[in-house]
Design a protein around this ligand. Sequence first.
Ligand code: HEC
Ligand code: HEC
Length: 326
Amino acid sequence: MKLALKLLALLLVSVVMMSCRGQKTDKPPIRHHFNMNFQERFNAQQENQFFEDGMAMRMPVEGTVARGMLRHDTVLFEGVDDSGEYVDEIPFELTREFLNRGRERYDVYCQMCHGGTGDGQGIIMTGGYGYVPAPTFHSESSRNMPDGEFYSAIANGIRNMPAYATQINVEDRWAIVAYVRALQASQNVREIDMDRYDVDLAELRDLYEQEQARLEAIAAARSSGASDEVTAERGERLYIQNACQACHSLDGRDGVGPTFAGLYGAERNFTDGTSAIADEDYLIESILEPEVLIVEGYDNVMVPYTHLNESELQSLVEFIRSLSDE
Ligand code: HEC
Ligand code: HEC
């Protein structure tokens, strides 16, 4: 009997407890212990008269460095030495593994623009998307660029190229620099030195010719079907499609390159001390061989636009001329 009563009581208690579960209530939960749930504090951006400046949020003590952010090694983190000059060294041991890592990262982050061999003919560039052309890494100036400057181009971007610091960590940036150096070496071997390498020269020539044929086909496909009209309007479209506007303004503002405003017919002075009047011949030459005459005050960074045909070049000239007409 006693046992039956006990069991009944237990049943009642459990039914009462069960019926509490899963039911909605507007009342705050019962707290047996408050932990530190309720205490005085300041919200972000709140005022606090305790401090002289009246702000509750405090600045870190001057000189504070967040953990892992001490970047005292300028060679490693910025590619420059104590005097601010770009270094010509890679602060890592050049192992095969390191180079392969660089190759892998290069193929992920650089190849679509600068090309698999570093010739500036990546798919973005040959697809006619109107992007600023990526320079080749096989020019004299690119070969002479110090390692540190190369590193800095990845970390901080360069002119129209954005920075890759958020995507590529410090060690990988240096690995890419090392790999680009290997690419440069691979494209700059004298034929008489080739005996040292175990490669089939004829096969390499074949590959090279295939690649040239591919690029020519792309250029031909691009210009086929295009009209051969020569007008300033067409020139203006070409100015935008070829991303000239990334470096040349139309309103007199200085950019990576000189403005086109008032250019036609003006006297130009060059870094070699010579000068010329900007006529049609000069303008076309500047577009096809920008490295020959460098306008004073500017760097030799324009990529030759050799894929433009005759009527396109003339249209660009007409466009530039139209900017100087009243
Ligand atoms: C979206 C296309 C694009 C990608 C991706 C890209 N670049 Fe560039 N890069 C450019 C362009 C365009 C320029 C030229 C910018 C200018 O002159 O205004 C350039 C310029 C450079 C230069 C300067 C070359 C010189 O001769 O002045 C270096 C070095 C360089 N890039 C390295 C890299 C490396 C390394 C990567 C990969 C981490 C990379 N770039 C990824 C488009 C790209
Ligand atoms: C990455 C930047 C860049 C792009 C893109 C670019 N240029 Fe240039 N260009 C320059 C710079 C820098 C100079 C001056 C240095 C030199 O003379 O090479 C220059 C010089 C010139 C000049 C001679 C200007 C003068 O003041 O005497 C002409 C003409 C010219 N560019 C036309 C073009 C055309 C047309 C396009 C597009 C099809 C183009 N450029 C694309 C950077 C660029």
